[in-house]
Design a protein around this ligand. Structure first.
Ligand SMILES: Cc1ncc(COP(=O)(O)O)c(C=O)c1O
Length: 368
C-alpha cells in the first residue's frame, strides 16, 4: 500500500504507549470479556460523554441492530431507507422482517417523513431510519407519525456518534438507537457497537440478549446471541474517548476548509447540514451535478488516478442488491431522490490526520 494514497478515511488510533498499561492489566487479571471492568467503565463514560441514560456495548453495529429488533420483538414489515449501508436492511432479513423502502429527502438524504404514512400497512410494526452521514433525521415528525400509528422507532445511528439535534443528543430519540464503532467510524474500538436505551428494564433485557439469553449462571430465558464486546476493544474505546474532542475538532476544520474551497464551483453542491446542532463531520459528501462538466464517476476516476480514493456511498442503493430488488418498494419511480443521490454523491476524504495540503490538492483537482 503506497503511503501517498489518500483514502476516504483513516482510522484514528491513540498513541501505542497509552495502550500498553491496559494490555498489562488485562494480562495480569486475565479478565478478557463477559462484561469486565473496562467494559463497565466504557459504558459509564460513554453515557456521560454522549448524554444518554443507558448504553449496552456490542461486538459490532450489525449485531446491535439485529438485537435491537429482537429486544422490541419487531416483526412483519418495517419502513426504512434504501440509502444506507447494507447492514441496515440485512438486520431486518436476519429477523425475518420485510423491509419496505421509502424515498429520501433530497436535502438531508435521510428517509423522508412525508413518505412514511403511505407505506404503512396492517403488517407494519416499526420504522428504521438512518442518520445518514451523521445528519440528524427529522426526529419530531418521525415521532409524531410513530405515535399516531403505534409504531416502534429504531434509529440506525451508526454514523451519528456525538451528534446533537435541537434538544440534545440525537441518540435519545426513538425507542432505541444503535451505534457502530467500526474502524471507519468517528469513534472506533476496531470493531464494536452499542444500543442506547432509556430505562433499566430494557438495558437488562438487551444485556441478557447479547449474552445468549442467560439471566444467571444456569437460566436461559430467550434465544440470545453472543454480542459481547471484549476487554481489549473496551480498553481501546476508553483511550479513544480521551482524544475524541481533538479528533472531532480536526474534522470540523477540514470540513470548513472543503466548504470554503468547494462552495463556488459550478456543478458541485455541498450538503448543508442544518439538521444537527452539533455535527460530527464523519463524512464529506458532495453532489456532482449534471452541469459540472464530467460525471460523478469520471470525477471519482480522475481523483483515483491521483491516488485519492473517494467513495460512492451509497451506490448501489440497498434496494438494488439482488436480495432486495424484487420488492415492490424498490421500484425506481418510488425512490427517485435515493437513485439520484446514489448516482451523484461522492464522499471526499475526511479524517483527523488528513493534511491541509491534501485537502487543498483535492479542492484544486475538483475545481479544475
Ligand atoms: C448505516 C450503517 N449501519 C450499520 C452499520 C454496521 O456497523 P458494523 O460495521 O459495526 O457492523 C454500518 C457500518 O459499517 C453503517 O454504516
Amino acid at each position: 500500500m503506497s503511503t501517498n494514497n489518500i483514502y476516504v478515511t483513516q482510522p484514528s488510533l491513540p498513541p501505542l504507549e497509552e495502550f500498553l498499561p491496559y494490555l498489562e492489566n488485562i494480562w495480569s487479571t486475565k479478565i478478557l470479556t463477559n462484561g469486565g471492568p473496562y467494559h463497565q467503565q466504557l459504558e459509564e463514560e460513554l453515557c456521560k460523554y454522549l448524554g444518554v441514560k443507558h448504553i449496552s456495548l456490542f461486538n459490532n453495529g450489525t449485531i446491535a441492530l439485529i438485537t435491537a429488533l429482537q429486544a422490541l420483538k419487531i416483526s412483519g414489515e418495517v419502513i426504512t431507507t434504501p440509502y444506507s449501508f447494507v447492514a441496515t436492511a440485512n438486520s431486518l432479513l436476519w429477523n425475518n422482517i420485510k423491509p419496505v423502502f421509502i424515498d429520501i429527502d433530497r436535502k438531508s438524504l435521510n428517509l423522508d417523513p412525508n413518505k412514511i404514512e403511505a407505506a404503512i400497512t396492517d403488517r407494519t410494526t416499526a420504522i428504521l431510519p438512518v442518520h445518514c452521514y451523521g445528519t440528524a433525521c427529522d426526529v419530531d415528525q418521525i415521532e409524531k407519525i410513530a405515535q399516531r400509528h403505534k409504531l416502534k422507532v429504531i434509529y440506525d445511528a451508526a454514523h451519528a456518534f456525538g451528534v446533537s439535534c435541537h434538544c440534545g443528543s440525537v441518540l435519545n430519540h426513538g425507542d432505541l438507537s444503535i451505534l457502530s464503532f467500526h474502524a471507519t467510524k468517528v469513534f472506533n474500538t476496531f470493531e464494536g457497537g452499542a444500543i442506547i436505551c432509556k430505562d433499566n428494564a430494557m438495558k437488562n433485557h438487551i444485556d441478557n440478549l447479547k449474552n445468549f439469553g442467560f439471566i444467571n449462571e444456569t437460566t436461559v430465558i430467550e434465544s440470545g446471541i453472543n454480542g459481547k464486546m471484549s476487554e481489549l476493544n473496551a480498553a481501546v474505546g476508553l483511550l479513544q474517548l480521551k482524544h475524541i474532542t481533538t479528533a472531532l475538532k480536526k474534522r470540523q476544520v477540514i470540513a470548513h476548509q472543503y466548504n470554503q474551497g468547494l462552495s463556488k464551483i459550478p456543478g458541485i453542491t455541498i450538503l448543508e447540514n442544518n439538521y444537527s446542532s452539533k455535527a460530527n463531520h464523519s463524512y464529506y459528501p458532495i453532489f456532482v451535478e449534471n452541469n459540472y462538466g464530467i460525471t460523478r464517476d469520471q470525477l471519482y476516476q480522475k481523483l483515483k488516478e491521483q491516488n485519492i480514493f473517494t467513495r460512492r456511498y451509497f451506490y448501489p442503493l440497498i434496494s438494488d442488491f439482488p436480495t432486495y430488488k424484487n420488492l415492490y418498494s424498490t421500484s425506481m419511480h418510488l425512490l427517485h431522490n435515493a437513485n439520484e443521490a446514489a448516482n451523484k454523491i461522492l464522499c471526499l476524504p475526511i479524517y483527523p490526520d488528513l493534511e491541509d495540503s491534501s485537502v487543498n490538492k483535492i479542492i484544486d483537482l475538483i475545481a479544475n
